[in-house]
Design a protein around this ligand. Structure first.
Ligand code: C2O
Ligand code: CU
Length: 572
């Protein structure tokens, strides 16, 4: 496909991006240069910048690039005392709560053992992941949160249509909770389904270090979902490690803002591998949440049939059998899996990786879990119910109230793009060739060096209102409770480095009406939608919850690099 000329041009472009980023970063701090084992840029823990791990061997790009580091101080969590004195994190507990109950939630330091290695990380209540909060629909709980980490923070209840003042977004709904301080949240659970909580302040660091937990909101109807023999909650994540331990984050500003921070150790519930043992014929309900900073997962379950039941904020109109489930950061899916064949089966993440330097895609598969299916039949066989695809009349009727609006004209248009300072025109010209080559979804970090050098200071990710030209925090959309609005979101292919963006809207719910003009035929209420490179999606937003809310890209580093806006919903 691509001739040698294009390939040469692409290599030039790659080098040009590096030059631009190094240029924008300015000269790395003098103390940041590494000389034969002596490195001077350290923080209190002795964090030093080192070269990021390379997923594929790469040719030297620019002489002198080795040793280039981002113009920010490296950060590692610092408990201020010997990490071996820290409590070893314990596996999360399930906290069943009723209306009016109170939960004490503390973000603190923990010792984590992952595989054979030990790290200083964060945990909620000393657990990994954080406690699984299980509540009945319509309940309101109180969470007394205390910050015992070394950074300011705040807790966001992702996807929950709660009262605005408890949304947990510093700068929009509250001040950050300083180390040692507390904040009281009241969390009202209006919708049944699967949610999660995480910090909304430097989440590139804090969420990555283990601050996340699930919430399951149970509907009153006992047959809300089909019958299952058991449930599993799978929080999908990754962590970037090298021989030195955790790879440092940026202290004053986020690094890896180009592609987001991809980890090289995939994790399920904080462990390298999910393991389960089931009986033949068993139906397991899998509650899937992607909590990674930037990685999109593509889940394939061997030895089982998978039935897609629910998404972020509701069930689908109709159940469907699926061969794989793609989850972008912050997205949730509820899947029923039936294991029919005795044996040992893998939960896989097969992806198309891209080698920008040699201009080729290559398949890569990671094993996330192992399921052992015993050759003993399950006592209660739900096989018949499983093979019947249910139609969810409750969801269909709820959505019926909005169908008349599906054909309305577009109310607001957003374009997703990126800016890297002022680039010389020859670089822009070369990028025009290079951007032809970017895939719709980047599944892995194919440019770790360029990514490493990009920070929230030298690179800006942009939500642009195409009708007003306003960008990010200058956008000022206003709605009234009860408004239904059509938003068109386009992810610009021709930009410096296009990438997919999982766009999350706080405090409301929406329907994805169409993808590139093709109407969706099986809807579910969502709070996060991933827009591939070059795509245009129409969504129908229901303004149902008053307050000042954020909408943003859920790639933690893109959020840090500017990709957020605020909108207001007035009382009806
Ligand atoms: Cu999951 Cu604005 O967040
Ligand atoms: Cu993004």
């Amino acid at each position: 496909m691509s001739g040698p000329g294009v390939r040469v041009a692409r290599r030039c472009a790659v080098a040009a991006i590096v030059t631009a980023l190094v240029g924008m970063a300015g000269t790395p701090p003098a103390s940041g240069q590494q000389h034969a084992g002596h490195t001077m840029a350290t923080d209190s823990m002795g964090a030093v910048w080192r070269m990021p791990p390379q997923p594929i061997p790469m040719p030297m790009m620019l002489p002198g690039l080795m040793g280039a580091v981002p113009a920010v101080t490296p950060y590692l969590p610092d408990p201020g005392h010997d990490p071996s004195m820290l409590p070893e994190a314990v596996f999360r507990e399930v906290v069943e709560m009723a209306d009016g109950d109170t939960l004490r939630l503390e973000a603190g330091f923990v010792r984590r053992t992952i595989g054979t290695r030990t790290f200083t990380m964060y945990g909620f209540n000393g657990q990994y992941p954080g406690p699984l909060i299980r509540v009945p629909q319509g309940a309101e709980i109180v969470v007394l949160f205390t910050n015992r980490i070394d950074l300011p923070t705040a807790v966001h209840w992702h996807g929950v249509r709660l009262e605005n003042e408890f949304d947990g977004v510093p700068g929009v709904t509250q001040d950050p909770v300083e180390p040692g301080e507390s904040f009281m949240y009241r969390v009202y659970f209006r919708d049944a389904g699967l949610y999660w909580y995480h910090p909304h302040h430097r989440e590139d660091i804090q969420q990555d270090l283990g601050l996340y937990g699930n919430m399951l909101v149970d509907a009153p109807a006992p047959d809300y979902y089909g019958p299952a023999n058991g449930e599993d909650f799978l929080m999908l994540d990754d962590l970037l490690v090298d021989e030195g331990g955790l790879f440092p984050w940026g202290r004053e500003a986020a690094v890896q803002t180009l592609m987001g921070r991809f980890g090289n150790q995939l994790l399920v519930n904080g462990e390298p591998r999910w393991e389960a043992t089931v009986r033949r014929g068993e139906v397991r309900r899998l509650y899937l949440t992607n909590v990674a900073n930037t990685r999109t997962f593509n889940l394939v379950l061997e030895g089982a049939e998978m039935k897609l039941v629910g998404a972020d904020v509701s069930k689908f109109e109709r159940e469907s059998f699926v061969s794989n489930v793609v989850l972008a950061p912050a997205q949730r899916y509820i899947v029923d899996a039936r294991f029919d064949e005795p044996g040992t089966w893998a939960l896989l993440n097969p992806i198309q990786a891209i080698d920008h330097f040699n201009g080729r895609f290559y398949p890569q598969t990671d094993t996330l879990g192992i399921v052992t299916v015993l050759d003993e039949p399950v006592t209660q066989d739900h096989g018949d119910a499983f093979s019947t695809l249910r139609e969810h009349a409750d969801v269909i009727e709820d959505i019926d109230r909005y169908r008349a609006e599906f054909g309305r004209p577009v109310d607001h248009e957003l374009e997703l793009t990126v800016r890297v300072g002022d680039l010389p025109s020859d670089i822009v010209a070369v990028m025009a060739i290079d951007t032809l080559y970017f895939p719709p979804v980047e599944w892995t970090d194919a440019m770790p060096m360029m990514n490493f050098l990009s920070t929230s200071e030298n690179l800006t990710w942009i939500l642009r209102d195409t009708r007003t030209g306003k960008e990010n925090r200058d956008i000022d959309w206003r709605f009234t409770v009860g408004d239904v609005r059509k938003l068109r979101i386009h992810n610009q292919r021709r930009s410096f480095h296009p990438m997919q963006h999982p766009i999350h809207i706080h405090g409301q719910r929406f329907l994805v009406l169409s993808k590139d003009g093709v109407p969706a035929d099986n809807l579910a209420w969502k709070d996060t939608v991933v827009i591939p490179v070059g795509s245009t999606f129409d969504i129908l937003l229901e303004a149902s919850n008053s307050g000042r809310w954020m909408a943003h890209c859920h790639i933690a580093e893109h959020l840090e690099a500017g990709m957020s806006m605020v909108f207001t919903v007035d009382h009806g």
